[in-house]
Write a protein that binds this ligand. Sequence first.
Ligand code: DCP
Ligand code: MG
Length: 418
Amino acid sequence: MSSPGMLTAVTPPTAPIRRIAHLDMDAFYASVELLRYPQLKGLPVVIGGGRRREDDMLARLREAYPEREWTGDDLAHIPVEFFPLLGQYAGRGVATTATYPARQFGVGSAMGLMKAARLCPQAILLPVDFDEVRRISRLFKQTIREIAPVMEDRGVDEVYIDFTDVPGGQREGGRVLARLIQKSIFQATGLTCSIGVAPNKLIAKMASEFKKPNGISVVYEQDLEQLIWPLPCRKINGVGPKADAKLQGHGIHTIGELAQRERTWLIQHYGKSYGAWLHEVAWGRDERPVQTESEPVSMSRETTFDRDLHAARDRAELGAIFTRLCEQVADDLQRKGYVGKTIGVKLRYDNFQIVTRDSTIDHFTNEATSIRRQAGLCLKRVDLTRRIRLLGVRVGSLARLGEVPPEPERPPGPAQLF
Ligand code: DCP
Ligand code: MG
């Protein structure tokens, strides 16, 4: 008890430290199937080879036992022996994911199913059910938002979450909140996920992989040297296979080795922006905010080529890719109900230098052909003598379709003749 005149120890309020989480669902497509077929839990299951039709398994059952009525309620009771095995697969399909028991045999995402079948013929092969995947995806994200509202959607099975100002978000460096989120997601969906909590997105993304499946890893700034530096550079989100190969060529294999290179040396060899970025990430620095769902400012599509292309020598190939990108952006705009009036291009040259050009037109569009025309004009304004490794198309200054002012009517006159 304090009485007037007595000195009380007052601890000054400390500013919360930045704590960012990355959450990634475990063996997502496969786990979604196990909800339907719980009898497959603990078994090697591989997802791939097409999309699920309403009742793939029921159709098999009806064919084998036509005398019985089969309904959706029977799915959980289908005997394991009845499921199709990977070893029987023939075709050119690819595995999208595999359960952890299947991964023990070396099977994983993006592997050809024939190769997977050689590694683990006894695995059960199931197609993906995209509708169910999307439903569960929305459900787990909604569960997170109710606990921690600052969440960035990064795709079907992963998100970033800003723990910094969430009540309890600082306890044990974020571990307590991470546990609560894991538990709530499990209650809502029956699925497990893994979470990394760290000072920023970059490290959180690496940390969420440390204790997969169903794990939590808490990383502090001072853990950089011990936990991050031993990792291969490829673990950095943004270092792809090509950049990694180039780093390897310079004798840089781990993030620690990358951190030991001078910033100026990196800039010299990897370009001004990519080189500087490499230096920052190797030292664990990343200030990017967690961006909650908001009105998009722009939509873009880009692609990195299998080999560097030259504007003149690979004209046809480049032109086809360019057209495709414009079609994809137009499709994104139309699907999401947006139009835009700033159209731009982005190129990365073989030396990793990035250039962008854009121009704003006098009307809103979401048409592939007019995007292509404007983007083509932008392309004329960049140096096309260098070889290109990445090409992107972007439409900005967006407005919701239906909320844009109607186009002014063109005055009648000779122009109408055309
Ligand atoms: N996916 C895909 N093709 C790939 C990689 C993934 O279609 N080449 C799909 C299937 C995955 C989902 O995206 O289930 C999520 O991808 P992840 O990389 O997060 O893989 P998983 O969630 O399956 O496994 P993990 O437990 O390693 O996160
Ligand atoms: Mg995942």
